[in-house]
Design a protein around this ligand. Structure first.
Ligand code: AMP
Ligand code: MN
Ligand code: MN
Ligand code: MN
Length: 283
């Protein structure tokens, strides 16, 4: 019995449709899957229907970008009610913010001498996707402006690169409260990848988020070494936090990250996940 509680579909920046994702997970023998698209739950109902059809455990989820005290982070809401009105309304507003940001990114790329329009990006993205920088990267590759995604981020789209525009997000406190209101548990995604300020440690950052109501951390993650994993498991135990784990599968948008591979090239055994989290499974 294995689980993967961090995956993306074509509803955000993955390349598998929700149905394809669930079918792929099922054929790998995964017994509990969470769909955690960036700032959208648009893929959940399709994924849930596929999971029900295949008799596979499913957790509705979302990966919220957050910024503000105590800094930038990604927060996973797991076991949320995807139809909770204030969640839907907040995600709608975040999509609107993204649309405004996307136009600014186009403006910056044009100013840098690249001929690209929003229509180009939409034409290279799945129908209805919550458009973000990975879609811009794919479009730049398709237009021949760069050789690959890596070059697209290095030259234009990366956090420090010339065409990046910061997106408006929730604060961590708002994101955690929203996940709770929607009935879910809130976890800090990939804490090992956190960019911390000089005086911060992983522990101090997690402590601050814990004071804001964080339920747990992603202690199992595809890019972690066994030492990273051991560190975050110890930290969770020390602070009385739950743990979760996932691959962060994006299909062809992150070709080095296979579905279901979470622990040093291995799947995540379901029994390593806390019962409070497993209890939120539907389907
Ligand atoms: P956005 O939400 O539009 O800011 O896009 C963020 C997404 O871009 C992340 O979730 C990653 O999937 C992807 N991303 C960010 N930085 C890089 C990078 N340097 N190389 C490849 N993908 C990246
Ligand atoms: Mn992504
Ligand atoms: Mn993330
Ligand atoms: Mn992710």
């Amino acid at each position: 019995m294995t689980a993967d509680l961090h995956t993306h579909s074509t509803a955000s920046d993955g390349t598998f449709t929700p149905t394809e994702l669930v079918e792929a997970a099922h054929s790998l023998g995964i017994s509990l899957l969470a769909l955690t698209d960036h700032d959208t739950t648009a893929g959940i109902s399709e994924a849930l229907a596929a999971a029900r059809r295949l008799g596979m455990g499913f957790l509705p989820g979302v990966e919220l970008s957050a910024e503000g005290p105590p800094g930038k982070c990604h927060l996973l809401g797991l076991g949320i009610d995807p139809n909770y009105p204030r969640l839907i309304e907040t995600l709608r507003q975040l999509s609107q913010n993204r649309r405004e940001r996307n136009l600014k990114i186009i403006g910056r790329l044009n100013a840098l001498g690249i001929t690209i329009t929003m229509e180009d990006v939409l034409a290279h993205a799945p129908q209805g996707a919550n458009i973000g920088r990975p879609h811009f990267a794919a479009t730049l590759v398709a237009l021949g402006a760069v050789a690959d995604t890596k070059e697209a981020f290095a030259r234009y789209l990366g956090d420090e690169a010339a065409a990046n525009v910061e997106k408006e997000t929730l604060s961590p406190a708002e994101a955690i409260a929203l996940v709770h209101e929607a009935g879910g548990l809130c976890f800090l995604a990939h804490p090992g990848l956190l960019r911390r300020s000089q005086h911060e440690t992983h522990e101090s950052r997690v402590r601050t988020l814990t004071a804001l109501g964080l339920d747990g951390i992603e202690a199992y993650y595809s890019s972690y070494t066994p030492a990273n994993e051991a560190f975050f498991l110890r930290l969770a135990e020390k602070l009385g936090l739950l743990v979760t784990g996932g691959s962060d599968f994006h299909g062809a948008n992150k070709p080095d990250v296979p579905l279901g591979v979470v622990r040093d090239g291995q799947p995540l055994e379901l029994t390593l996940l806390p019962s409070r989290l497993r209890a939120l499974a539907v389907a």
